[in-house]
Design a protein around this ligand. Sequence first.
Ligand code: MN
Length: 224
Amino acid sequence: MGLEALVRWQHPQRGLVLPSEFVPMAEEVGLIIPLGWWILTQACQQMQHWQSESVLDSTLQINVNISSRQFAQPNFVDCIRQILEASNLPFSNLKLEITEGLLMDHIADVADKLEAIKALGIQIGIDDFGTGYSSLNYLNAFPVDTLKIDRSFVERMDSEEGFEIVKTIVTLAHNLHMDVVAEGVESSEQVTALSQMHCEYAQGYLFASPSSPEELEKWLSSYY
Ligand code: MN
């Protein structure tokens, strides 16, 4: 159904630096905002390129993670629209991933911004669902298309309680007319359990690991 854009830093001296190291720092110094726009630009351009070369099916979506600070920018919706228009990627091919934390950060115009995003035809997913401090109130208050169940729940699905928690989240999402992605899926047993509870999508190392655009093209050609 889609791909998620992930960022890595190939540092000349330190080698490959993971986002868990540099994103908190980028947040602290404010660089997360230009970095976030750069990532969105790259992701949309790459997706559009793959569509124009028929590497990917035109229905596939690119999921891009959005930070609270980026979302809080007064011109957030305009920036999204400008980047998409410049890339020529159809709006329906983009899904923004936000966290529960972002929704609870009391950004004054969160509802207005999400409605404006939806009006453009862009989808919205909640990332790492179940791990943040949040209220179930917001799930109904905001136009959310997808819940992504955090990997920590998927990992514990082999216990009876763990299974029931994931099943409950899947049911909750479906009752609210959202679809569900299980994150961090690494085994076929997990896929079996997820299909038993009618969870429609899964993401994780069982299917593909984070890769460069070049590696992904190779993976796709062997997959189809
Ligand atoms: Mn994500």
